[in-house]
Design a protein around this ligand. Structure first.
Ligand SMILES: C[S@@+](CC[C@H](N)C(=O)[O-])C[C@H]1O[C@@H](n2cnc3c(N)ncnc32)[C@H](O)[C@@H]1O
Length: 283
């Protein structure tokens, strides 16, 4: 059996560049989850908002439209490629700016935001207490934190099922469930402790289940091809087979195609997803 490369998401490098390529599709997948978080954030006209790990800026634009000309949104991201894409997409909204930087270290004006928002952009900090503490200082007293993050991988078929394609073919290195990565906040009790230690209170962590659109096309075969291109470019399967030889890659691709064929229906493939909507206040 081949051994997989360690699972590292270099957001300031290749991972960010790949996210740009698939951004339209990722936006379609994640939009309802971001909308649920935005509803929980209860954005008001005139709010000053920090969009943490804003990626290609889709949520920053939506937040800027909600807060209007009297408010302001700063989209902050560590990926130069994603910040460049966000600036291209920003439609010249005067209340919207983007900043390239590490949210754990960025020098933000103290007490200058009403809301810290994030759609899947806060799970990658090496020291989450320090990072959330740093961001909390940029929030005015009583200001809100709202983000959406993933629950555990077993409840998220979009990661579990594609990884089945390498069962018996690739030996995955053991993963530390607390390490920075998409599932770092899967444990709600740990997330609550991190946020308390970082100076937040009124913490609410609510499950949100959703059927994630993973692939689509004019017919079932096209939908499978669409989902294949996604799974082989972004995510844990893509990372796991990045360094294996052609023989194993071909077997993994054939297994993946079978898994997707079992799921496809009427030109669409949906996977179960399980997220947390987290809200809190700075104290
Ligand atoms: C899963 S993507 C989500 C992107 C975007 N929020 C969206 O929903 O389309 C995670 C984002 O967090 C950003 N990110 C990761 N670590 C970061 C850090 N320390 N500071 C700022 N951004 C970070 C990545 O560059 C990436 O854009």
């Amino acid at each position: 059996m081949a051994s997989a490369a360690p699972v590292i998401q270099d957001w300031d490098g290749a991972a960010g560049a790949k996210w740009v390529v698939h951004q339209a599709r990722l936006d379609r997948m994640l939009a309802p989850l971001g909308d649920a978080a935005m509803a929980a954030a209860a954005v008001e006209q005139g709010n000053h908002i920090l969009d943490v790990g804003c990626g290609a800026g889709t949520t920053s634009i939506a937040l800027a439209e909600r807060t209007g000309g009297a408010g302001h949104v700063l989209g902050l991201d560590i990926s130069p490629d994603l910040i460049a894409a966000a600036r291209r997409a920003s439609r010249g909204l005067p209340q919207l700016d983007f900043l390239l930087g590490d949210a754990a270290k960025a020098e933000l004006s103290p007490a200058s935001f009403d809301l810290l928002f994030s759609r899947f952009g806060v799970m990658f900090f090496h020291d989450p207490v320090a990072a959330f503490g740093q961001m909390r200082r940029a929030l005015r007293l009583g200001g809100r934190l709202t983000f959406v993050c993933w629950r555990d991988p077993r409840s998220n078929a979009w990661i579990r099922l594609p990884l089945r394609a390498i069962d018996g073919l690739v030996d995955l290195p053991p993963t530390d469930p607390l390490a920075p990565g998409p599932f770092a906040f899967a444990n709600a009790a740990r997330t609550e402790t991190i946020l308390r230690q970082a100076g937040f209170a009124d913490i609410s962590i609510t499950p949100h289940d959703f059927q994630l659109p993973y692939g689509s096309g004019a017919d079932d075969a096209a939908a499978v091809d669409d989902a294949m291109s996604m799974a082989l470019t972004i995510g844990p399967l893509a990372r796991a087979i990045a360094l294996v030889g052609d023989d194993i890659r071909n077997k993994a691709e054939a297994a993946l195609r079978n898994i997707l064929r079992e799921r496809v229906c009427d030109g669409s493939i949906y996977f179960d997803s399980a997220a947390w909507i987290v809200t809190a206040r700075s104290v």
